[in-house]
Design a protein around this ligand. Structure first.
Ligand SMILES: Cc1ncc(COP(=O)(O)O)c(C=O)c1O
Length: 392
């Protein structure tokens, strides 16, 4: 007990309130119980074999030493080429692309490089837990607005009310984890105009950019040249190439904003492993058929998993994007989503994430539970079998 107390005190005051992330907690519990882990968002299969081969060859061949802090020219060019190919946007790989250790470090470098103590950053909840933690570590304050359920609509009036002199940035996640919202063109444009009016930066986490369903296309904030001087887009190879452990991400922004990102990135990780960057350059340059089959595969998993949950009698929130599906447990006999997830992992053998952890005040999502469906078909089938058996 005494030891616990001492340990707690050693965590800086900015981070202490956040504790261990719910993803670590649920994955640890899942491993302990031997459950099927549909909690933390990582696939149970690896990305393309040729990409893995390229990485191992690059490791054997070298160089294996520090590479340029901003990233290998090869990968920065691949990012620029992919941005042109999918979104029709030209970015300069030398001045506008920075390679980071995953989107996580991209977000940290962006927030630490751009925020002043006392600044406010508007977060649109439900939101990824890294955002408030890094905003706090930067000495800034998160100001929350909630998407309006059931459709997860943008709370425009509330946004107009909270934006002000202290606001330095709005941080969005598009497509959005955990609710699967995909921002419409109109919403992005509206946000851009609001930010321009108040001279506020727009940070957009687009790690699920290639997972947008039902024939819709991803619209990146880079698609709005009129806002280019205030936009920072952060993405990652983790989800698109099914290699979440490699942690190769990147930040795209104007030269001036990239300078701020690079300034902090050099002091956080300095650089990202060169061999993995080389392999991810190859991955990004793969032709459209790779991206098509990724989307086709996840679309099929979404259908199978969401339909199965609906057949069991759950109210399912079909995602417009991402590889997460949520259910509403409001009518079930559980205290809240955390109690439900703890029960599920130990009694049913399936791990999920209590969605309330994506809200600042947990009551916002206490009736929602998130499952990830980025799993082999046989894993999903077994998870469905276990859930069905329990539900019966
Ligand atoms: C919304 C969001 N942003 C960022 C990340 C982290 O990305 P990376 O693994 O590239 O650091 C995740 C991972 O789940 C995520 O869901």
């Amino acid at each position: 007990m005494e030891r616990e107390k001492t340990k707690e005190k050693r965590v800086c005051s900015a981070l202490a309130p956040f504790g261990t992330t719910i993803f670590t907690e649920m994955t640890t519990l899942s491993n302990k119980e031997g459950a099927i882990n549909l909690s933390q968002g990582f696939p149970d299969f690896d990305g393309p074999i040729e990409v893995r081969k390229a990485a191992s060859e690059a490791i054997m061949r070298g160089p294996n030493q520090y590479c340029p802090s901003i990233g290998l020219a090869l990968l920065r060019s691949a990012v620029a080429d992919k941005t042109k190919r999918f979104y029709g946007v030209n970015v300069d790989p030398d001045t506008q692309v920075t390679v980071t250790a995953g989107a996580s470090e991209g977000l940290a470098a962006t927030l630490l490089g751009l925020l002043e103590p006392g600044d406010e950053v508007i977060l649109i909840e439900p939101c990824y837990d890294l955002y408030p933690a890094m905003i706090a570590r930067a000495g800034a304050h998160a100001v929350y607005v909630s998407l309006v359920r059931p459709g997860f609509d943008l709370p425009k009036e509330q946004l107009k009310m909270v934006i002000g002199k202290k606001t330095r940035a709005i941080l969005i996640n598009n497509p959005q984890n955990p609710c699967g919202k995909v921002f419409s063109n109109e919403e992005l444009n509206w946000l851009g105009r609001l930010c321009r009016k108040h001279d506020v930066l727009m940070i957009s986490d687009e790690v699920y950019e290639h997972l947008v369903y039902d024939g819709r296309s991803h619209v990146t904030l880079l698609n709005f040249p009129q806002f280019a001087d205030r936009v920072i887009v952060i993405s990652s190879t983790a989800k698109t190439f099914s290699m979440t452990g490699w942690k190769v991400g990147y930040v795209i922004a104007s030269e001036a904003l990239s300078e701020a990102v690079r300034m902090s990135h050099q002091f956080i990780t300095f650089c990202t492993p060169g061999a993995l960057q080389e392999a991810m350059a190859l991955a990004m340059n793969m032709d459209d058929s790779y991206y098509d089959s990724l989307l086709k595969g996840y679309s099929a998993k979404r259908e199978i998993f969401c339909n199965a949950l609906a057949d069991m009698g759950f109210e399912v929130l079909w995602p417009e994007g991402t590889y997460y599906a949520s259910i509403d447990i409001g009518t079930l006999d559980f205290f809240d989503d955390l109690a439900f997830c703890r029960y599920l992992v130990s009694h049913v053998g399936v791990a999920a994430i209590p969605s309330s952890f994506f809200w600042n005040e947990r009551r916002g999502g206490r009736d929602l539970v998130r499952f990830c469906f980025c799993k082999k078909d046989e894993t999903l089938t077994e998870a469905i079998r276990r859930l069905k058996k329990w539900k019966r």
